[in-house]
Design a protein around this ligand. Structure first.
Ligand code: 2AM
Ligand code: CA
Length: 269
């Protein structure tokens, strides 16, 4: 398998898709809802996913594709070469703000991450990594993540998780929010993982993400020595929805030990 070539193609297609998205800003958006009134999808989400699928099918007919908008394959296993794509992560931001969204593209081989790309379309910033080859922001190599204390940390966290919700007792995360230096909520999981990779934030917590939200970020953050697990410290499945805890290395253990011991995953069936 020529991973360098796959990486180069993935980067080119991602930048090309970004250019199309930027061009779409001057056109009228078609906005629809999916599972709830706040779960948005646009014609651009769909067209962007279809653009990737066309390119991948043409170049790599044997590869599988897992995409948020469902134009790819239905996967029950991660056997073989699998592209995991979110054409627009942060669709609500895309619709309301025309910023703070990203394209997320990852390629896995038998469940092992090989290429991870997160593209901040508006800022033309491409975060990318291949395991063992370093992680980059455009052409600049990112340094390994340093240690930080809980008191000095800024964590990415949506306010939903410290109010009444279906997934976590709000009293679990409240003491952590009190202890850290600050919290931020960008509303785009892939970008928040890219921000952990660059040290703009120190950790990121979400109680429900899908594989396409974190598949690329996981490769980039792990390449820099960061940890990416569920809130109970288990590996992410890349097949269903999971809680996600992304952090600088020492901070991950500190937060798990001191703030997350009371959290239990819902039984999956
Ligand atoms: P999306 O924009 O691609 O849907 C918002 O806090 C973050 O969580 C975004 O990255 C968003 O991705 C993701 N998200 C929102 N609703 C979700 C859901 N029902 N399942 C999984 N991820 C979701
Ligand atoms: Ca999306």
């Amino acid at each position: 398998m020529n991973w360098k070539e796959i990486d180069e193609n993935a980067k080119r297609w991602t930048r090309d898709a970004g250019e199309k998205i930027r061009a779409s800003f001057s056109e009228e958006l078609l906005i629809q809802t999916k599972s709830s009134p706040n779960d948005l999808v646009t014609n651009i989400d769909r067209e962007t996913e279809q653009f990737f699928i066309e390119k991948i099918r043409q170049a790599y007919p044997n590869h599988q594709i897992l995409g948020e908008e469902g134009f790819g394959d239905e996967l029950e296993k991660l056997d073989g070469t699998v592209w995991i794509i979110d054409p627009i992560d942060g669709t609500m931001n895309f619709v309301h703000q025309q910023r703070n969204f990203a394209i997320s593209v990852a390629v896995y081989q038998d469940g092992v991450g090989k290429v991870g790309l997160i593209y901040d379309v508006v800022h033309d910033e491409l975060y990318h990594a291949m395991p063992g080859e370093g992680a980059y922001l455009n052409d600049t190599k990112l340094p390994q993540l340093p240690q930080v204390s809980v008191e000095q940390a800024i964590i990415g966290l949506n306010a939903t998780w410290i109010t009444e919700n279906k997934r976590i007792d709000p009293s679990i995360l409240a003491p952590l929010v009190k202890k850290v230096r600050g919290t931020r909520s960008y509303g785009c999981a892939a970008m928040e993982m890219a921000y952990v990779a660059t040290g703009r934030i120190d950790a990121y917590i979400s109680l429900r993400l899908s594989p396409w939200d974190y598949a690329a970020g996981l490769i980039i953050v792990e390449e820099l020595g960061g940890k990416v697990t569920t809130l109970t410290g288990e590996p992410l499945t890349l097949l269903g929805q999971d809680s996600v805890f992304v952090s600088k290395p020492g901070l991950h253990d500190q937060i798990r030990k001191n703030y997350l011991v009371d959290y239990k995953e819902e039984p999956k069936n």
